[in-house]
Ligand binder design. Structure first.
Ligand code: ADP
Length: 507
């Protein structure tokens, strides 16, 4: 099958969060199981490639003007073809989506252009069997396909899959945005893209795409509820029969204690002695005393935002620090949380250390050197760090939401089974009680080793998830062909016959 990924970011070319990791991992895995895969990304300032020209000038209407982005790239890496939409005025900027002053005001135009350029690319450069879009930045692609491109004989039969990586980001703009991006005014309706008097790009994608996915089973259920749906729960419930949760995989070639080049000493589940060296090294890196190796060290790597549960941590901090433990935290984000961590470290210099930074090497060192990884998220679509933690034998302590719930098996005091610690209720007391339970288990080294062994044996590689995506693409494709057969107006009887023959040939 030919699968086209259209995404606003992807490693190793661009990344601000977990979406970047997914676009780095999933296409490679699909290619390795025999699919033809292309990834289309914007060509940002930070995108390090040799920009060889693939197509010199696409014609892309944006509002009332025409723009002429080019396509650069065209190279293959790990079996995946990579191309980039190049329009320096829109993408040659310091950051991807905006700066401290807020999002770029022309984000609607930037990503409308990108989404339409992707359709032209699909037509002129690399025709796929299915297009897989990601988040609000590419949610307009299925909208364009179902409106302006509805009569396109080639593209109208290409099914789309839209993955929602985080409901917290929907792309909501004032009403005139519809004409700014060249969409018809009739879409401003409750059955269309209207959202409380404004226009919601993600909503447009949800109602227009053939299939919807999100990044864990639990999150797929949660987003259909008021608490987690961010206002789109009803729209999602309407599409529940086309919404599936598929857990993100992780890249164990980058995140395994047996091969990690960032950590002091490599180690394995059979021989954990290297982990103690990593703990010593981590404490030194953070300038914390190293005479407490027998006490638990808690690691935090995060964006410091409300989603990640830091309000609970702030509330519980005094009580947490009454325990005999140490904490290292790495992150950047909301100024109030950065200030809080700085103050906590200043007030407890022997117990707490923080680095306000984005530092990949340090993130690896924290995964390897900590004993407990803290992730008390309010919501978490999938989450990666808790999965990395499992592999490093660093037991995750999480709130049972989204992907955290799907990936961490809570310690069972009766059987001793489990891979970490979980609490349900979003409050500081529950977090604290869970942490105290973890410390009790820590004080029983045999029980702790057993949990570590179980955690390190868990496998969340892309293989299983890629298979599920492939099944979904196949289903979307079959439905697409059936729809086209029913509507020879769109594709022409001959085209349908050809497409159906091609489909059965490819299986
Ligand atoms: P989200 O996408 O919501 O930020 P995830 O857990 O899914 O959360 O993914 C976060 C990714 O970003 C992980 O790969 C994590 O290691 C990395 N990360 C987050 N903050 C930092 C930081 N301050 N320094 C280094 N890596 C970070």
């Amino acid at each position: 099958m030919r699968i086209l990924f259209v995404a606003p970011e992807g490693i190793p070319f661009s990344k601000t969060g977990g979406l970047g990791d997914v676009i780095g991992g999933l296409p490679k895995e699909l290619a390795s199981i025999g699919h033809e895969v292309a990834v289309l990304l914007p060509h940002y300032r930070g995108t390090k490639i040799q920009p060889s020209l693939v197509h010199s000038s696409l014609t892309v209407p944006v509002g009332h003007e025409l723009r002429f982005p080019s396509i650069v790239g065209g190279f293959t890496q790990d079996g995946v073809r990579y191309d980039f939409v190049d329009d320096p005025e829109y993408f040659d900027r310091e950051t991807l989506y905006g700066g401290p002053a807020g999002d770029y005001a022309d984000n609607p135009e930037r990503f409308a252009e990108f989404s339409r350029a992707a359709l032209e690319y699909a037509k002129l450069v690399w025709l796929p069997d299915v297009i897989h879009c990601h988040d609000w930045q590419t949610a307009l692609l299925p909208v364009f396909l179902k409106t302006l491109y509805a009569r396109d004989p080639i593209l109208s039969r290409v099914p789309t899959v839209l993955t929602i990586h985080n409901m917290g980001y929907q792309g909501i703009f004032d009403r005139p945005v519809l004409s700014r991006v060249g969409l018809p005014e009739r879409l401003f309706s409750i059955d269309g893209m209207e959202f409380f008097g404004r226009v919601n790009f993600l909503k447009g994608g949800i109602i227009s795409t053939d299939w919807l996915t999100t990044v864990s089973r639990r999150y797929a259920q949660e987003i259909q509820t008021r608490e987690y749906g961010c206002g789109l729960e009803g729209v999602l419930r309407n599409r529940a029969d086309h919404l599936v949760g598929i857990l993100n995989g992780v890249d164990y070639s980058a995140w395994s204690p047996g091969t990690d080049s960032h950590i002091a000493v490599r180690y394995s589940a059979e021989d954990l002695s290297g982990k103690a060296v990593c703990k010593h090294d981590l404490l030194e890196q953070f300038g914390l005393p190293t005479n407490k190796l027998d006490r638990p060290l808690i690691g935090i790597i995060s964006r410091f935002v409300d989603q990640k549960g830091f309000d609970l941590f702030v509330e519980a901090a005094d009580e947490i620090l009454k325990e005999d433990l140490q904490i290292v935290a790495l992150g950047t984000g909301m100024p109030e949380y950065e200030a809080f961590f700085r103050k906590l470290a200043a007030n407890h210099p022997r117990q707490v250390a923080v680095r306000i930074a984005y530092d990949n090497t340090l993130a690896h060192k924290i995964e390897a050197g900590s004993d407990i990884f803290l992730m008390p998220s309010r919501y978490e679509p999938c989450g990666l760090n808790q999965i990395y933690s499992l592999r490093y034998g660093t037991l995750p302590l999480v709130r049972s939401t989204g992907g955290l719930d799907d990936t961490v098996e809570p310690y069972n005091p009766k059987t001793g089974a489990g891979t970490g610690f979980k609490f349900e209720k979003y409050d500081a007391a529950s977090l604290l009680a869970c942490l105290r339970e973890a410390i009790r288990v820590w004080d029983d080294p045999k029980a702790w080793r057993r949990l570590q062994a179980a955690a390190m044996a868990r496998d969340f590689s892309w293989r299983a998830s890629a298979g599920r995506y492939a099944d979904l693409y196949q289903a979307a494709r079959k439905a697409g062909i059936q729809a086209a057969v029913g509507s020879s107006l769109v594709i022409g009887a001959e085209g349908v016959a050809k497409a159906a023959a091609e489909l059965s040939r490819k299986g």
